[in-house]
Design a protein around this ligand. Structure first.
Ligand code: SF4
Ligand SMILES: [Zn+2]
Ligand SMILES: [Zn+2]
Length: 305
């Protein structure tokens, strides 16, 4: 059996992009050190803060919930919440909700559920039944952001934590480049500035590859929902996942290089594409750079067809 590169214990994993074998203990340490280091770069906590974790119940958000608890739960001036968005996807989200709830109960974190039906008036299953050309995920992403932001504001949250991993980040960076959407690329997060009306986000797992998040969750015995959304097959993201998997296979470390290039370019992008002056949406009064916010435009689209 191969020994850990840091001690003599048996290795449980091989980190291909840096050539190290790690035992469980050193693997945990490797993940936690990078998460803490990146979080420090993303934002500095100042006194009393309320933090919420966006928790779907999948491996990424469950892991980030446990890591956030590990890092912040002993700090008396920090309050932790978890928010689960119920998109209304039968056979999928109804399976992950009880798992999310059990994880919060085990950690003593207050759990909140916010549904598409309550906030935008339509479930994802109802939206999907319309077979709109723009695809389910175009609605889902915008409505999820609205639900999380609205609930976070209601709870007085200062910082929202999401479970995006390195693979998600690298895919999003490539997708925005390919779509020539550099303004969106500039604002991918983590958010360093607070924009009125929007709760800033931090992404503690952004440097951790998806497989490492999975291994961390399994080795810790976290209960998580391991299924794919039935509407994911239509998502463009799948193509980028395949392309990146091929690139990573040929050149280990590609995902890290893409993220590093993005981080190096980010300041320039933010200068080139500064935040626009925000108005209030004419319909819902939430902040938007247009007359109507994206959520209201999509609701109008649903209600006019
Ligand atoms: S795959 Fe698309 S529809 Fe399904 S949860 Fe993700 S964004 Fe929503
Ligand atoms: Zn070791
Ligand atoms: Zn609106």
């Amino acid at each position: 059996m191969t020994a850990c590169s840091k001690c003599h214990a048996p290795a449980i994993t091989y980190i291909r992009y840096n050539g190290t074998h790690l035992c469980a203990e050193h693997f945990f340490d490797y993940v936690e050190r990078r998460v803490k280091k990146d979080l420090k770069k993303q934002w500095k906590t100042t006194g009393t803060e309320i933090i919420a974790v966006a928790l779907s119940g999948g491996k990424d958000s469950t892991t980030v919930l446990h890591l956030t608890h590990l890092i912040f739960s002993k700090r008396r001036n920090i309050t932790l919440h978890a928010i689960t968005v119920d998109e209304g996807i039968r056979g999928y989200r109804d399976h992950s909700l009880p798992i999310a709830k059990r994880n919060c109960q085990a950690l003593g974190i207050e759990h909140h559920i916010v549904s598409f039906k309550d906030v935008v008036g339509h479930t994802m299953d109802e939206i999907a039944a319309r077979h709109d050309d723009i695809g389910e995920c175009s609605y889902c992403g915008v409505f999820r952001r609205r639900c999380l932001n609205q609930k976070s504001q209601g709870l007085g949250v200062d910082r929202l934590i999401t479970g995006h991993n390195l693979d998600d980040m690298a895919q999003s960076i490539l997708m925005n480049f390919t779509n020539a959407d550099l303004a969106k690329l500039a604002r991918l997060g983590p958010h360093t500035k607070v924009q009125p009306g929007f709760v800033p986000r931090s992404l503690p797992l952004r440097t951790i590859p998806e497989q490492e998040v999975m291994l961390y969750a399994i080795l810790h015995g976290f209960e998580f929902h391991n299924a794919e959304c039935p509407y994911a097959v239509r998502a463009a993201r799948g193509t980028f996942r395949d392309v990146l998997a091929t690139l990573e296979d040929v050149t280990p470390g590609t995902r890290h290089s893409i993220l590093k290039s993005y981080d190096d370019l980010r300041e320039m992008l933010l200068e080139q594409y500064p935040s626009m002056r925000l108005n209030h949406c004419r319909r819902c009064h939430e902040p938007t750079s247009q007359q109507y916010c994206k959520t209201c435009l999509l609701i109008q689209r649903l209600e006019s067809t």
